[in-house]
Design a protein around this ligand. Structure first.
Ligand SMILES: Nc1nc2c(ncn2[C@@H]2O[C@H](COP(=O)(O)OP(=O)(O)O)[C@@H](O)[C@H]2O)c(=O)[nH]1
Ligand SMILES: [Mg+2]
Length: 214
């Protein structure tokens, strides 16, 4: 399968769920602790250096930002197809220490988005390969499981580890949750094609997730 990004553009931003446009195409959300490399990963997926603002200031992005991606998908057989998918950058978590009460919920914005958007096909949960799952990440995975949203676990910044340490570090990330994490580097593009394909399959934009296990 060959995937070409034809266009990627900012669509909408809101700190209030009611102000987001209704979903008209399949959505994939990206979640993770502040500064984990969420925005960089979205930029690298769509091959735009500055579509999503990245920063060294944790907690800077507080709203939900939606990006519309136009694609051309050429399967191994047949005519190429044009498709659209929305990538949703969720606010980073784990910046401020959350109180017990706050910990019980993900806050109305993230939790509302994850539980209520009808077109949300999967949530990409991004962790730093060097740190693995932290409490917030584990809680998010448990929450997603409880509400029945598919989660894709990504161990990013693999370029920060020496090559011979990567495989084991990536495997360790998902072990506790019995998930197989995928390695990624926004710096080198490692893991990009594999993740993009998986997202398009899960969004039913390309192939069939159940028939093409990788
Ligand atoms: N070496 C390396 N640095 C990264 C990678 N992804 C993100 N970064 C850096 O990590 C910092 C935070 O990235 P950003 O995408 O803004 O994180 P966000 O807060 O999760 O959206 C920035 O300085 C990025 O350049 C990666 O894969 N490799
Ligand atoms: Mg960001």
């Amino acid at each position: 399968m060959e995937i070409t990004i034809r266009d990627a553009r900012f669509l909408a931003s809101a700190t209030d769920l009611d102000r987001l446009p209704p979903p008209v195409v399949a959505e994939i959300a990206f979640a993770g602790r502040s500064n984990v490399g969420k925005s960089s990963l979205i930029n690298s997926l769509v091959q735009r250096k500055k579509l999503v603002r990245t920063s060294n200031t944790p907690g800077a992005t507080r709203g939900v930002n939606i990006f519309r991606v136009d694609l051309r998908v050429q399967e191994d057989e047949g005519e190429p197809r044009l498709a659209e998918i929305d990538f949703v950058d969720l606010p980073g978590y784990g910046f401020a220490k959350r109180s017990k009460a706050e910990r019980r919920s993900w806050g109305p914005l993230i939790e509302g988005f994850l539980s209520q958007r009808p077109g949300l096909r999967a949530v990409v949960v991004i962790v730093d390969v060097r740190r693995g799952l932290e409490d917030d990440d584990a809680e998010l995975l448990t929450y997603l499981q409880a509400i029945g949203r598919p989660a894709i676990l990504i161990a990013t910044k693999t370029d920060k580890l020496p090559k011979n340490k990567r495989k084991l570090a990536i495997e360790a990330v998902g072990r506790e949750h019995r998930l197989r994490a995928m390695g990624y580097s926004s710096e080198t593009g490692e893991g990009r094609d594999k993740l993009l394909r998986r997202l398009l399959r899960i969004a039913h934009v390309a192939g069939d997730e159940t028939m093409t296990p990788d």
